[in-house]
Design a protein around this ligand. Structure first.
Ligand code: NDP
Length: 326
């Protein structure tokens, strides 16, 4: 038997509950993992609270990421006992996810966990941390260097934002953290932000071009925030866009692109190729400060994760929520 959060639909409304499921109730899979930790990402919170459009099939076990040990594998490259990370690929959306003691996966989806990273730390990072690293790598691929000037991180007290702040600071960038929770300034400074700004400065519809401020941006917020971030990026700067916490809309002009040569670079974590994932996880293992990960993350159980989900959507959860599924 295995405990899992099970999402089901009752009279059109989603219901989330912790259930004991038999092994036979889990869908068959090429690889079966004994999950150690999962985490609560924005998408998981949406799945638990709202169901659709994240949940594509009912009933569903949510959890877009997890770390665990291979228990059974019909793939020659993956052996029982290997510790792996699973995230993306529609897990927790189309395929049963990791907010459970068991998870099934295709072998091609799994990244061996770098030996220097322990299981809990892997989920303190989770999809948010791995996406933050993809954003940092995207900026650097476009040639951004610490000497170019300040880098703006939006949604800074959230999961992606917290990890992006600490990763960029560690790589020598001067990070400006934008947050709605200015009371979290000491936390963000501890992560390495050189200064903190109120997200109100970016939330409302602004002008096509603003004063040039940022050498680069990591944006997990979208909407007006992303538009304003582009409008205030310096000539030749790069904006890595990965999220939509403010909204999916994007009302702006082409002015930053055609007059300032700004690059808007999209970042996807879900179907990123395996080689990119391995690189990102290895960099995370090499660079993330384990002490700061303790500051960034807190731990809950499966039942509590259901209660935390609406708070996360309301922007009330700081940093990362690790879920101990056992
Ligand atoms: P969190 O909820 O942890 O963080 C989001 C943060 O955004 C909040 O903490 C808050 O930060 C800020 N925020 C919330 N609401 C608003 C608002 N109305 N206006 C402005 N800012 C707001 O989520 P995650 O960090 O896990 O994810 C962030 C985003 O990135 C989500 O949209 C998620 O779907 C997306 N994402 C995308 C991925 C991809 O593959 N492209 C992968 C992972 C995440 P503060 O209080 O500091 O202002």
């Amino acid at each position: 038997m295995a405990k899992a959060i099970l999402l089901s639909k009752h009279d059109g409304a989603p219901r989330a509950e912790v259930r004991e499921l038999s092994a036979q109730e889990f869908p068959p899979a090429e690889v079966r993992l004994r999950v150690e930790y999962s985490s609560l990402n924005y998408k998981d919170a949406l799945a638990i609270v709202k169901g659709e459009p994240i949940v594509r099939q009912w009933p569903m076990v949510p959890g877009i990421d997890g770390v665990g040990v291979v228990e059974e594998s019909s793939h020659p490259d993956l052996k029982a006992g290997q510790r792996v990370v699973l995230n993306g690929w529609g897990v927790g959306e189309r395929h049963w996810g990791c907010l459970a003691q068991y998870a099934g996966a295709k072998a091609d989806w799994l990244v061996p966990l770098p030996a220097s990273l322990d299981a809990r730390d892997a989920m303190a990072l989770g999809t948010a941390g791995y996406t933050a690293m993809l954003c940092v790598l995207k900026l650097e691929k476009h040639g951004v260097k610490p000497s170019d000037g300040e880098v703006l991180v939006t949604g800074a007290a959230g999961g992606v934002g917290s990890i992006a702040t600490t990763l960029l600071a560690r790589r020598g960038f001067s990070v400006v953290a934008s947050t709605g929770r200015t009371g979290e300034a000491p936390y963000l400074e501890k992560l390495g932000a050189s200064r903190v700004i109120d997200r109100k400065e970016l939330s409302e519809r602004g002008k096509p071009l603003e004063k040039e401020k940022w050498a680069a941006v990591v944006d997990s917020v979208g909407s007006n925030t992303l538009a304003n971030a582009c409008a205030s990026t310096r000539y030749g700067g790069v904006v890595a866009a990965c999220g939509l916490a403010q909204g999916m809309d994007l009302a702006m002009t082409v002015a930053p692109f055609i007059l300032r040569s700004v690059t808007l670079a999209g970042v996807d974590s879900v179907i990123a190729p395996l080689a990119v994932r391995r690189t990102a996880w290895q960099y995370l293992a090499d660079e993330i400060d384990r002490e700061l990960l303790r500051v960034i993350s807190h731990e809950v159980g499966l039942q509590e994760a259901i209660a935390v989900a609406p708070k996360l959507l309301a922007g009330e959860v700081r940093g990362r929520t690790v879920v101990d599924v056992n």
